[in-house]
Design a protein around this ligand. Sequence first.
Ligand code: SF4
Length: 432
Amino acid sequence: MVTVARVRPGTIADELGIKPGTELLSVNGREVDDFLDWEFLTADDTLLVHARNPDGEEIEFDIERPEGEPLGVELVPPSVRRCANRCEFCFIEGLPKGLRRNLYIRDDDYRLSFAYGNFATLSNLKERDERRIVEYRLSPLYVSVHATPWEARKILLNNPRVPNIVEQLTRLAAHGIQFHGQMVIVPGLNDGDVLEASLTDLWNLGDAVITVAVVPVGLTQFNHLFKGESMGREHASRLLAAVGRWGDRALAERGTRWVVGSDELYLQAGEPLPGAEFYEDFPQIENGVGSVASLRSRVHEGLESLPRLDGRRIGVVTGVSMAGIMPELLDQLSDATGARFELIVMENSLFGPTTTTAGLLVGADIRRALDGRHDIDLALIPAECINDNGVFLDDEPFITLREQLSMPVYPSYDFIDVLVHEGEPRVAEVAA
Ligand code: SF4
């Protein structure tokens, strides 16, 4: 059963009088268990929907829907499938205490993998789930493989009951399901021979495995469970070399690079990041694979659209890992606009100095960076560190922080998105 959260005005559901709180029980005689069932079972144009109104009355809606017209129902968000593993390197284990409760939810949900590109290990997959993946053609899925040799994977996921991932992927691949894989590498556990064996197994699955991302383990100062080695420069270089060999082979034999190291792996190895063409159509950019190349391209392409901002003083707040990348970009922005840019690199006060990603900076870091800076006319902060509700990871609302700082502050993905509007008159000037 799923529950209606909202009905869009003027839609079929609105005309039928469906109200928020209505429980949707079945469609054309098939039970609705979750949003996936609702999504797929309502794909038909002739629907018999069995529902329970908020007052408890059961009712049937006989619907003839004009082709392509949406029903107009938004559902209460699903409860996520929890993770049964206990990886030593788990980011959630590495969160400090006292944050919002939903940050501690360890999801491992193939439905969210399909719907939103969240990575899932598939270790909690039941036979029924596999049948649904095949029936609803949930493809591609984003799979945290980490290692294919079974014993190594049990150790990495810290779960003796994980199923054999090669068998799972093989069964699903036989029905045409495809995957994007990721391998988080813990030195000494799944690099070297385990990495080779894993890439060989994934390669042997043919077209089913579309891409593989190789990501170095990332730890905060709170990852107390972790007993392994952390990634050093030499480790990272060896990994990149192995990934490069496989990538070259894939390019020669299949015309695609197939396996790519994350940006963080290049940064840890101290090696230059490749250009945008290396990443093809950026299939794993959400996983930090090609983000820097994409940023460089967007800045380069956006320079001509920028207004002159001569004499403006612009502060750019970022995390430690981007400190080496930013100067070249800020120089280009400065040449194009005449503004003076100041790079403000912040250590992460919540997760500790080992967490260097700009997108994990918290409200307190932004405040420390900008408080009392009356010499800055405008500040840009990483847009990724604010969630959809406008809140930083430490629960600080962006709007509160912005009101307390002396300069206008804008979340920005690529500088261009904000600076392109800076030449426009402000609302108050227009009114005057
Ligand atoms: S699979 Fe591992 S890293 Fe992912 S949520 Fe579960 S315990 Fe954490």
